[in-house]
Design a protein around this ligand. Structure first.
Ligand code: NAD
Length: 294
């Protein structure tokens, strides 16, 4: 018999991931604080429950995809949280992007309670979550990874078990998002400068996507968002800012100066303060455009 699954955090990523698990024939119990997310989950055949505690009590594998480290910590460690109520032996999989120390401390607490924990941040965006093509960066014990691999193969495509440290996947994920921050701003600056000289954004894309200026982020930000003038996230500016701050903290601890990375934290902080925080990160383009005398 298949394990019963719990999914807490049915947002831009969690909802399509949980839908793929439902379609694979799993019984999935879900909770989100947002009523609309719950409605969508139930409409897809999910068992929507009123609290995360209720989800945990029903499930043998409990997954989370939550916005910030603070929310993750609360959902795992509060009185009515996952650690307090999960059944002995349950497997906990956190897909959220958090600080590495949180992965390590949740793993330790889980172990002391007879629970199993994997840190498993993902990359590939909402499209990757919908199409089950996510890259998953997993840290944790081999036997726990083996218990979860069937699930990873349903929600993702490129699955990396990177070692027994619960935070090893997160460290690599934060490096990935540091690159995303660089590229997102580079794409914005390149297109705005091109347009200021009369180079149409479509022409620029056609040429640069066949040149070394090509990147996955250029393709994503331009084709999916900027070209359609659609800035609904996707991946919000605020979530990118969170990850850049986490990457910066990681670099500070390692004693590595991030010359551009440091600027990026300030830059996306400003973009968020200008009112683009809940827009897709590609709105870096709109922010720059507003500053131009075009
Ligand atoms: P999101 O904000 O769309 O979804 C998070 C969901 O968590 C929301 O629906 C929210 O209502 C819910 N939530 C908040 N507090 C809760 C609580 N206490 N209990 C239950 N639910 C709660 O965010 P997202 O874009 O889906 O991202 C989720 C995680 O995945 C983040 O850590 C993000 O950094 C990471 N991530 C996102 C993307 C992306 O492209 N969006 C890609 C890779 C990784």
């Amino acid at each position: 018999m298949k394990d019963k699954l719990g999914f807490i955090g049915l947002g831009n990523m969690g909802l399509p991931m949980s839908i793929n698990l439902l379609r694979a024939g799993y019984e999935v119990y879900g909770f989100d604080t947002n009523a609309k997310a719950m409605e969508q989950f139930i409409a897809e055949g999910g068992n929507g429950l009123a609290t995360s505690q209720a989800v945990v009590k029903q499930s043998e594998v409990i997954m989370t995809s939550l916005p910030t480290p603070q929310v993750v910590e609360h959902v795992y460690t509060s009185e009515d949280g996952i650690l307090q109520h999960a059944k002995q032996g349950s497997l906990l999989i956190d897909f959220s992007t958090v600080n590495p120390e949180l992965n390590d401390s949740l793993h330790k607490k889980a172990q002391s309670l007879g629970l199993r924990y994997l840190g498993a941040p993902v990359s590939g965006g909402v499209i990757g979550a919908i199409n089950a093509t996510l890259t998953i960066m997993i840290g944790g014990e081999e036997k726990d990874y083996q218990s979860g691999v069937g699930i990873f193969e349903i929600v993702g495509k490129n699955i990396f078990h990177l070692g027994t440290s619960p935070s090893v996947g997160t460290r690599i994920k934060l490096l990935n998002n540091l690159m995303i921050g660089f590229y997102t701003q580079a794409v914005a600056e390149t297109i705005v400068l091109g347009e200021s000289m009369g180079v149409a954004a479509d022409t620029l894309y056609e040429v640069l996507s066949n040149s070394y200026g090509q990147s996955r982020i250029y393709e994503r930000n331009y084709l999916e968002y900027m070209k359609n003038e659609n800035y609904e996230p996707g991946f919000s500016t605020n979530l990118l800012l969170k990850d850049l701050r986490l990457a910066k903290n990681m670099a500070d601890e390692a004693g590595v100066p991030l010359l551009i990375g440091e600027q990026l934290v300030n830059l996306y902080n400003d973009i968020s303060a200008e009112g683009f925080g809940e827009n897709d990160m590609s709105a870096a383009y709109l922010s720059l455009k507003e500053k131009c005398m075009m």
